[in-house]
Design a protein around this ligand. Structure first.
Ligand SMILES: *Cc1c(COP(=O)(O)O)cnc(C)c1O
Length: 464
């Protein structure tokens, strides 16, 4: 005999009833979130009933099986995994903007954590108790490590460029080489930035060749700034010519117009690897342009920041712009930058994680890759082989530079490369790899201490 037909909607628990069974989750995440997820889940179940995908019998079975609680818990787990958290970079891109660029030196992280959780000497002079500038010491350190007279720091290099343009060329013209009107990832387009900073763009030269005479001929009464921009993320090859910092600085002095060089990455010291045409900060400063700008979290290896160095008077003019107040750094970042520059000054830059990653030799990486492969050798349905490949500095630093590496190439009958990459990103901790020729590739260059064991565990769990 067929059982009597029940109205499946009647079997659905009320929100209040269901919530009663979810008190554990409520204690963990709060009533609001659990209620929202419960309503979403019940809504989906109702929709499945409406379309006929879920009948009374199947619904009854689901409810008895605790599927509602599990589904709400699953939604909560996804929610808890969102936002900024530690991830494993097995993509081999050292300064990976999507993964937060430079990981910080442990001493730097420690210095930041300490001022984060305490009061600190920020805008008060220790000796006199008088009010002082928050970045006085940072400015001194910047001057020491770059050879400039003074320095100032803002939120990122994009902000540094905005402050620069707005200070020296607001309502006036900025002269830039046509070949250097770059777009940096994340919608930082030089022409758009100029417009917003209130300056008029005057393009000089041609796409592939710009001479100092092009700048000289374009100088007019309303010229506020002569700007040179390092083409961080692309390379111009062939019949090319660009204006040097020396030429630009000399022209600016001769004609009484401010000059600046936006370096982007900003190489301080010698990271011990060939980085192509990446211009050193000290060289740009010595060239005689009035201001040099660069990032804190690219090759410098520190926290996100934009650094401006140059002549004392020029830096003071930047400081007096009210925009500086809006772009200035917080105490935690200042502490991190001071500590990072301290490492550079002490000759300890080779300890910076980003530099260590850049320096890893193919031989050393081969050993790490083989160790990973060995640790996974007994995993069923997974084959791991070690291959030659190349990794990249990243973040628009040193384009066209490829560092020889050894990678683990994963092959599986169970998952496609795409499926593996997805599963790894969703793992705990999330793992970012790269896909090459339809294979998942793990590059050990960017692994930090402790990552290896987590990576092995995550992969073992995926294939369990
Ligand atoms: C990266 C870069 C910027 C932007 O720097 P952020 O610190 O990311 O804001 C600006 N100019 C150049 C030339 C760059 O390479």
């Amino acid at each position: 005999m067929k059982p009597p037909v029940t109205n499946p909607y009647r079997l659905l628990p009320s929100v209040e009833e269901a919530l009663g069974a979810l008190s554990g989750l409520e204690a963990r995440a709060g009533r609001e979130l659990v209620l929202a997820f419960l309503k979403e889940e019940l809504g989906q179940w109702r929709e499945a009933i409406r379309t006929g995908a879920l009948d009374a019998e199947a619904l009854q079975a689901r409810l008895e099986d605790g599927a509602l609680e599990r589904a709400v818990e699953g939604r909560l787990r996804v929610e808890e995994g969102r936002g900024i958290r530690r991830a494993i970079n097995a993509a081999g891109v050292v300064l990976h903007t999507g993964l937060g660029r430079s990981p910080l030196h442990p001493d730097v992280a420690q210095a930041m954590a300490e001022v984060a959780r305490s009061f600190c000497i920020l805008e008060v002079e220790r000796e006199t108790g008088k009010r002082s500038q928050r970045d006085a010491r940072l400015g001194e350190l910047l001057a020491r490590v770059t050879g400039a007279e003074a320095g100032i720091a803002v939120n990122n290099n994009a902000a540094a460029v905005v402050l620069l343009l707005n200070t020296f060329a607001s309502g006036r013209a900025t002269l830039v080489s046509r070949g250097e009107l770059v777009e940096i990832g994340g919608s930082f387009r030089m022409p758009d930035v100029m417009e917003r900073a209130g300056t008029r763009l005057v393009e000089v030269g041609t796409t592939n060749r710009t001479r100092i005479a092009d700048y000289a001929n374009a100088i007019a009464d309303d010229s506020g700034l002569l700007l040179k921009v390092h083409t961080s993320n692309f390379r111009l090859v062939g019949f090319t010519e660009e204006v040097s910092g020396d030429e630009l600085g000399a022209l600016g002095r001769e004609r009484g117009v401010a000059s600046a060089f936006d370096l982007g990455s900003g190489l301080l010291g010698d990271p011990g690897v060939e980085l192509g045409t990446e211009p050193p900060v000290a060289e740009a400063v010595a060239s005689g342009v009035d201001v040099v700008t660069f990032s804190g979290d690219k090759l410098l290896g520190g926290p996100q920041a934009g650094l401006l160095v140059g002549r004392r008077q020029t830096i003071e003019t930047l400081r007096k712009n009210p925009l500086y107040r809006a772009l200035r750094l917080d105490k935690v970042t200042i502490a991190g930058l001071e500590a990072t520059l301290g490492l550079h000054l002490a000759g300890r830059a080779h300890e910076l994680p980003a530099w260590q990653m850049l320096q890893r030799s193919a031989k050393e990486l081969g050993r790490t890759a083989q160790d990973l492969a060995d640790a996974l050798v007994d995993v069923a349905e997974l084959t791991v082989v070690v291959r030659e490949d190349t990794s990249q500095p990243g973040s628009g630093s040193a384009p066209g530079v490829f560092l020889p590496t050894r990678v683990c190439v994963l092959d599986s009958a169970r998952y496609s490369a795409e499926e593996l990459a997805n599963a790894l990103r969703r793992a705990d901790p999330p793992v970012f790899a790269r896909i090459k020729d339809d294979r998942l590739v793990l590059d050990p260059r960017t692994l930090l201490p402790g990552d290896r064991d987590d990576l092995v565990r995550v992969l073992r769990t995926l294939f369990a």
